[in-house]
Design a protein. Structure first.
Length: 257
């Protein structure tokens, strides 16, 4: 007996197929990739070439081993997990974290509607709009999106908030909406925080961390630490400068008179 596929199911299948094609197109080029080896397991991340300033900054910090031994200092269930606070390396139990940042910011690189806050993407944390109206990204702290599943009613409410926050400049496309309904994410952050990468392996580790018990400041009760960040691929690393050539002294032959 043949089973009829509903129009809604077909639409979801088409949208998921479109998302897979999008991911394939984003990963078709050679990409920088790293593995976050944490106390909970390994999370593999690929960076988008469409956000080159964030990509290059992140990889620069990875080469410096900046993230090694930092804590995942902020966790909110059904929302995201955050790391990169430079003060978290030697933080005491219960210490308030989140203020540790480097002394520069990065110009936003919003790439809607191709790159948005779907589950599993990596985005840069930043100061609030009140002190940072240009929405420039912080240099070091980033978060991994978990989020929720949305229905049409909730997405309509999100669109109203986006209209207010972005003066109507950010619109959820039908394709984005379908991903938020079937995959999940945090659509209310679109066009306001720069998304610059995605989890390619270890999303189950992210899920485990986002469900952990936290204190009143959203810090996990039991520390989750990045042991080290291992570089898998770094195709855009600066090439080392060529060593200067040594001057060759020419032997001068003097004629006898």
């Amino acid at each position: 007996m043949a089973i009829k596929t509903s129009m809604a199911t077909k639409a979801r299948m088409l949208t998921l197929a479109a998302l897979m094609l999008l991911c394939a197109s984003l990963s078709a080029q050679e990409r920088a990739e790293v593995a976050l080896e944490t106390t909970e397991g390994t999370i593999r991340i690929a960076l988008f070439n469409e956000t080159p300033q964030h990509r290059d900054n992140f990889m620069k910090l990875v080469r410096m081993q900046f993230y090694d031994s930092l804590l995942v200092h902020r966790v909110i269930k059904d929302f995201m997990i955050q790391t990169g606070d430079l003060n978290s390396r030697h933080a005491q139990p219960g210490q308030l974290l989140g203020a540790g940042e480097l002394d520069y910011t990065i110009e936003p690189e919003f790439r809607l509607p191709q790159i948005f806050h779907r589950r599993g993407v990596i985005a840069a944390a930043r100061e609030s709009d009140k002190v940072n109206p240009e929405r420039r990204s912080g240099a070091a702290q980033f978060y991994i999106v978990w989020g929720k599943l949305y229905d049409d009613r909730r997405l309509a409410a999100v669109q109203q908030k986006l209209d207010s926050a972005t003066n109507g400049q950010v619109k959820l496309t039908p394709e984005m909406a379908e991903v938020y309904k079937t995959v999940g994410g945090t659509p209310h952050l679109d066009g306001q925080y720069t998304v610059f990468g995605e989890v390619t392996e270890g999303l189950d580790i992210v899920d485990r961390i986002q469900q952990m018990a936290t204190d009143k400041n959203d810090r996990p009760v039991n520390d989750v630490r990045i042991l080290r960040v291992k570089i898998i691929s770094d195709p855009f690393a600066p090439k080392p400068a060529a060593a200067p050539k040594k001057a060759v002294r020419k032997k001068v032959v003097r004629k006898r008179r």
